[in-house]
Structure formats: structure tokens, C-alpha cells
Design a protein around this ligand. Structure first.
Ligand SMILES: N[C@@H](CCC(=O)N[C@@H](CS)C(=O)NCC(=O)O)C(=O)O
Length: 225
């Protein structure tokens, strides 16, 4: 069985799969595409036109998986040696709920980074802040979502919190002002080797370049002060 992760350099959903593969020490090849000029081969095999895809090659043929949560759950189930889900079905269901919450958070962050004006920016900032406050009530003593053991929930949130490493250099959005547990969680995730390896070294520069291309209010606010 060999794995190829079809990627984009900034995609947080791709990072989830890369983190889970790394946590389980599963070798994989990464193919990065330009989403503004999708190759024909990609369009032909991607039902949604989105990354990530996981190409799973076996002697009897190739299977294409799409949707990051499905990819993560497949890797979890097919490589149980390192478990990233709770054993108890009820706890596992709770974790899956928070993974969905992580996708909703990513939608808010997308709104934040692409907001064209201050009003829209503030709306999305408040949405992110509200979710961070809700997460604060769900976290325990850490360092990870479920304590000492890294789980799929961590793989889902690590790419979301990574955005703020770049945002913090631009301006303080105040998202973590009254969420100390979330801030500690974010820092613990940033130290995790699997999380660090999920993006290239120039990730921050690429994200800033993306914000400039978007003419993002996030950048303008600082440039006019
Ligand atoms: N629900 C999908 C979302 C994936 C997604 O939104 N990928 C973006 C990049 S981060 C994409 O491929 N966009 C290309 C497009 O929409 O044309 C998942 O979890 O895999």
C-alpha cells in the first residue's frame, strides 16, 4: 500500500491528513498542485475539485479518497497501532463533534483572512473569538485536547491555530486574551513535530503573500495605523 497526498501549500485540510500520517509514521508522497490552475488529472479524479485527496495504491488498483475527515478516519482505522481516537464510542462521538467544530472554525478563519473591509473583518473576528471561548470550556489540563494523548481533534485544530502565528505578526486580534487554555493548547500543538512538518518552511511568507493578493483588510488595518 502506498499513499500520495494531493495537496496545496496553504490548505489547512491537507495539513490534517499530513499530521495524521506523520503521527502514525506512515510514509507518503506529497504532490502539490496550483488550485488556480488545476491540472486535468486532478479534475478528473477529484469529485469536489478540492484538496486533499489521498491516492491509495494497492496491487489490485488505486482508490481515491476525498474529504479530510474521511481521509483521517481511514488512516486511523487502517493503522490502529497508534490510536488517535478514544476507545469508548461515546467519547469518540464527542471527539467527532469537536472535529466538525474545527471545520466551522476554519470557515470563520477563512472569512477573517479574506475580509475586504473592517466591518467584515470584525464580524469574523468575533465568530472566531466566540468559538475559542467555547473551546476554552471543553479543554482540561492539556497539553492536548484530551490531555496527554494527541488525538485526531488535535490534528484538526493545529492547522487552524497555525494561522495566528502569521496573523500575530500583523496585528493582535485579541482572540486568545481570555482563553488561556486555548492559547496553551495552540502552543503545545505548534511544538509537535508532526504539526511542524505538515507545512513547508516558507508557509508564513506564502500566507502573507496570499493576504496581499486578497487585498485583505487584516493587512490594511495595520498599514493605515
Ligand atoms: N471539506 C473539505 C474542504 C477542502 C477544501 O476546502 N479545500 C480547498 C483548499 S483549502 C480547495 O481545494 N479549494 C479549491 C476549490 O474550492 O476550488 C475537506 O475537509 O477536505
Amino acid at each position: 500500500m502506498t499513499y500520495t497526498l494531493v495537496s496545496h501549500s496553504l490548505c489547512p485540510y491537507v495539513q490534517r491528513a499530513a499530521i495524521v500520517l506523520a503521527e502514525k509514521a506512515i510514509p507518503f508522497e506529497r504532490v502539490t498542485i496550483d488550485l488556480d490552475a488545476k491540472p486535468d488529472w486532478f479534475t478528473a479524479i477529484s469529485p469536489t475539485g478540492k484538496v486533499p485527496l489521498l491516492r491509495v495504491a494497492r496491487p489490485r488498483g488505486e482508490t481515491i479518497l476525498f474529504e479530510s475527515s474521511v481521509i483521517c478516519e481511514y488512516i486511523e482505522e487502517s493503522h490502529p497501532e497508534v490510536s488517535l481516537h478514544p476507545v469508548d464510542p461515546l467519547e469518540r462521538a464527542v471527539h467527532r463533534g469537536w472535529m466538525e467544530f474545527g471545520s466551522a472554525l476554519l470557515a470563520d478563519i477563512w472569512g477573517l483572512e479574506t475580509a475586504p473591509d473592517g466591518t467584515t473583518l470584525e464580524r469574523h473576528r468575533l465568530a472566531v473569538l466566540t468559538k475559542a471561548r467555547r473551546l476554552e470550556t471543553a479543554l482540561g489540563d492539556g497539553p492536548f485536547f484530551a490531555g496527554g494523548r494527541f488525538s485526531l481533534v488535535d490534528a484538526v485544530f493545529a492547522p487552524a491555530w497555525r494561522y495566528f502565528d502569521t496573523f500575530d505578526e500583523i496585528r493582535d486580534l485579541g482572540v486568545f486574551d481570555d482563553t488561556p487554555k486555548v492559547l496553551r493548547w495552540r502552543r503545545a500543538l505548534a511544538q509537535r513535530p508532526s504539526v511542524q512538518a505538515a507545512v513547508a518552511e516558507d508557509y508564513g511568507d506564502r500566507l502573507t503573500a496570499f493576504l496581499r493578493r486578497q487585498d485583505a483588510a487584516l493587512l490594511k488595518a495595520v498599514e493605515t495605523t
